[in-house]
Ligand binder design. Structure first.
Ligand code: 1HE
Length: 261
């Protein structure tokens, strides 16, 4: 399945949807066209693939919100715009399938907010991470104050926003912003490798991981444990789980690989 977009590429390769931000002359800054196309692509990916990879064409993942367009918005238009980003990024974070973000170059402002919505982030050594909203006179509006603050803590996020400093990929991994630093030039390949593997998991387990795990973080200790027990029982009784458990017990399943590092 291919879809024709002007600021995105969209492709399904086996079970993996590949969504490429494609506005390289503007460093993949997210304008109205791009966010609307991303909304369509996210829904299409959820309906037709088991897992998705999001990446950027050109030298950068994404330079964030298109500041030229934003400068023309009224406050009311701004709030509606932000709520649209929230809807689309929520469909990535809590939608039907998992997402892997392959990062390189600028992962800045709204670009970092987008990456934070994916379950897994793989970044090349060229990646740099920043939240220059303070310098631009604005605030995050793509869910960053919720997602990025939870990944790295609110105090570390405040530091990025107040100082506008950039973080390297190595530092971003150390601070929990990303899970993997790839070999140079290999973020896409490594993200695709992870996605292909994730696509072989039981779909109901992937669904529980994308849908239940972030919601459980919003619950109290007691309610979280209760929700977990229900989700565990629900996944365990699916025919897929019954067969996968039997395959393990009958020694037909792959054993766990040794750690790579
Ligand atoms: C843009 C944008 C943009 C580039 N909106 N047009 N984001 C930022 O504050 C980051 C702003 N961008 C940069 O700091 C740099 O562009 C980069 C470090 C990412 C790349 O630098 P460089 O030297 O490769 O490119 P450039 O020459 O700065 O930019 C190339 C073109 O892209 C240029 O346009 P041109 O017509 O003069 O060629 C730039 O104007 C354009 N461009 N970034 C619009 N962001 C939901 S709330 C989220 C709030 C935020 O995201 S705040 C952070 C915004």
């Amino acid at each position: 399945m291919e879809m024709d977009f002007s600021n995105l590429t969209f492709e399904i390769r086996e079970n993996v949807a590949l969504v490429g931000l494609n506005r390289p002359l503007k460093r993949n800054a997210i304008n109205d066209v791009l966010i609307d196309e991303l909304g369509l692509a996210v829904t299409a990916a959820g309906a037709s693939a088991k897992v998705a990879v999001i990446y950027g064409h050109g030298d950068h993942f994404c330079a964030g919100l298109d500041l030229a367009e934003h400068a023309e918005r009224t406050p009311f238009e701004g709030v509606l715009q932000s709520r649209k980003w929230h809807r689309i990024f929520d469909e990535i974070e809590r939608g039907p399938i998992p997402w892997v973000a392959a990062l390189h170059g600028a992962v800045v402002g709204g670009g970092l907010e987008l990456a934070a919505a994916a379950q897994i982030r793989v970044a090349e050594p060229t990646s740099f991470f920043a939240l220059p909203e303070g310098q631009r006179g604005i605030f995050v509006g793509g869910g960053g104050s919720v997602r990025i603050a939870r990944l790295m803590t609110a105090s570390r996020m405040a530091d990025l926003m107040l100082t506008g400093r950039t973080l390297s990929a190595a530092k971003a991994e150390q601070l929990n912003l990303i899970q993997y630093v790839s070999e140079p030039g290999k973020a896409f390949d490594e993200a695709l490798g992870l996605a292909s593997k994730i696509g072989t998991n039981a779909p109901l387990s992937n669904f529980a991981i994308t849908q239940a795990l972030p919601r459980i973080q919003d619950l109290s200790h007691n309610d979280g444990l209760f929700f977990e027990a229900l989700m565990a029982a629900f996944t365990q009784t699916s025919p897929d789980a019954v067969e996968r458990l039997r395959a393990f017990l009958e020694k037909r399943a792959d054993r766990l690989a040794k750690p790579r590092d």
